[in-house]
Design a protein around this ligand. Structure first.
Ligand SMILES: [Cu+2]
Length: 65
């Protein structure tokens, strides 16, 4: 993970291939709640869950590896 923005809230992730969703890239994802960013630091390796809603993609869960 490359950057945290608790005010947005969002998270910048250098992610691998996400199957049908998108290829590997570095990008900013909105997160459902800033509390998901608690305890994370830049360059932590994470697992994350993305919800692909009609209004756009949102990260709904983050877990440190
Ligand atoms: Cu992407």
């Amino acid at each position: 993970m490359k950057a945290l923005n608790p005010k947005a809230p969002s998270i910048e992730i250098d992610h691998g291939d996400l199957g049908a969703l998108m290829p590997a890239m570095q990008m900013d994802f909105p997160v459902t709640d800033a509390s998901l960013l608690n305890g994370l630091a830049v360059n932590d390796r994470i697992d994350f869950t993305v919800e692909n809603a009609p209004q756009g993609m949102k990260v709904v869960a983050i877990r440190k590896k």
